[in-house]
Design a protein around this ligand. Structure first.
Ligand code: AMP
Length: 425
């Protein structure tokens, strides 16, 4: 019987060595920009209590109803692979008493998320997000700051055509009034709604606004708009956010249908789009979630954040053929010729690595042409050639791989010489 061949689980992907430079560019650029803006990194476990997401994301959401990877472990704990980062970070904020830290507490994350989604381009079951969460500051300037950070980040990856869609979904004072007006309206058109939305009408009517079914979209065109229902403080907050955004060249559009699929949002919600059209083009989104910390048992704490999909950003950058940083960690290829040079080559290779000069060597039987061919393939800027004569003279030949120029350098000086040439690189 043929042995079983295993494949990656549906909806999951290997990130292969060739794909790592882009992945690293996307995650490392985010980390750098977030840290420059005063955010500190937090890693929370991939595994959380299932109840955390039911409580925070909300039981009537697609994520909780249909998309969570939940299971009982061997001790009967009901666990979930996190579908989004905010709930876990909020849990950690409370658990570690971070409310006693100077406010605002600015945190950033990068990591894997899991959703039982229908796999397609830009939609996986395991995917990565980068994101920020800011706790303890209610001012609209903070909403604007996180939106500008998302925008700056995508621009610094050389992405063009980035736009932000923004809305306010009010708070516990004004949203109920809006919900009622919306439900009254939707009930008058109930026959035109899809079965999901008929159900949502009772459980989560705001979600009808972003239903992609053509029938529902048509109904929604005539629906009351939340901006007309915002209470004074929510209205002032929203105008404040927009005023700050107007100070910068962040291209934003008001989208009164934007509600986001998670229950914990209050006031500002936004999504970020790339230049490519299509259903999967949302690169990320976020908003304010002033009630979440209290909902999870902490003190009332205003908060705002966003999550951006790493794989979606990568698709966008690859599509635009965005440049990759050209960092070549292997600086030199050590080629040795003949038996006596082999040991010298072996030693020199390790000395170079000790001296933090990236180096790879052929401690094997390849001829010089084959070895230089390998150096070329690796993209090493230099090759060191050691033959019998060089071992005898205690020298090496340093070859510039681009020009082919060669020079002779004493063996005991070569590490230092290369360190000098790559200082600061
Ligand atoms: P959400 O909180 O659902 O809006 O997700 C935020 C961002 O994460 C999205 O805009 C996507 O970029 C990314 N994302 C969400 N779900 C998936 C998925 N199944 N596969 C890949 N990326 C996703």
């Amino acid at each position: 019987m043929a042995k079983q061949q295993f494949q990656s689980v549906r909806g999951t992907h290997d990130i292969l060595p060739d794909e790592q430079p882009r992945f690293k560019q996307v995650t490392a650029t985010f980390a750098a920009l977030a840290e420059e803006a005063g955010y500190r990194k937090i890693d929370t476990p991939v595994l959380e209590d299932a109840g955390l997401f039911v409580r925070s994301v909300g039981g009537d959401t697609d994520i909780v109803e249909k998309e969570m990877y939940s299971f009982k472990d061997r001790s009967d704990n009901q666990l979930t692979l996190r579908p989004e980062p905010t709930a876990g970070v909020a849990r950690a904020y409370i658990e570690h008493g971070m409310s006693s830290l100077p406010k605002p507490v600015k945190l950033y994350i990068t990591g894997e998320m899991f959703r039982y989604d229908r796999p397609q381009a830009g939609r996986q079951r395991q995917f990565n997000q980068v994101g920020v969460e800011v706790f303890g500051e209610a001012a609209p300037s903070i909403d604007a700051q996180v939106i500008i950070l998302a925008y700056r980040y995508l621009r610094s990856l050389t992405m063009s055509g980035v736009t932000v869609q923004i809305n306010s979904i009010g708070d516990e004072v004004c949203r109920p009034k809006y919900k009622k007006a919306l439900v009254d309206y939707l009930k008058s058109r109930i026959d035109d709604l899809c079965p999901d939305c008929k159900r949502r009408l009772e459980s989560n009517p705001l979600r009808v606004l972003d239903c992609k079914e053509p029938g529902c979209a048509k109904v929604v065109e005539g629906a009351p708009q939340i901006v007309d229902f915002l209470c004074k403080p929510c209205h002032a907050h929203f105008t404040g956010v927009l005023e700050y955004l107007d100070e910068f060249d962040v291209p934003y559009e008001l989208n009164h249908l934007l509600v986001r699929g998670l229950d914990y949002y209050t006031r500002t919600v936004f999504e970020v789009y790339g230049a490519r059209e299509g259903a999967q083009s949302a690169l990320g989104g976020g908003g304010r979630y002033d009630g979440l910390i209290q909902e999870l048992g902490g003190q009332a704490t205003p908060a705002v954040g966003f999550g951006l999909g790493v794989e979606r950003i990568i698709i966008e950058l690859d599509f635009a053929k965005a440049p990759l940083p050209n960092k070549q960690p292997v600086k030199v290829f050590v080629a040795s010729l003949g038996e006596p040079a082999r040991l010298a080559g072996f030693k020199l290779l390790e000395q170079l690595l000790d001296g933090r000069v990236g180096a790879v060597g052929a401690i094997d039987k390849d001829g010089i042409a084959a070895q230089l061919g390998r150096a070329d393939k690796l993209g090493a800027p230099y090759a060191i050639i050691i033959g019998q004569k060089e071992v005898f003279d205690k020298t090496v030949i340093l070859r510039d791989m681009a020009s082919g120029a060669q020079e002779m350098i004493p063996l005991n000086k070569i590490v230092e010489e290369l360190q000098k040439r790559f200082a600061g690189a």
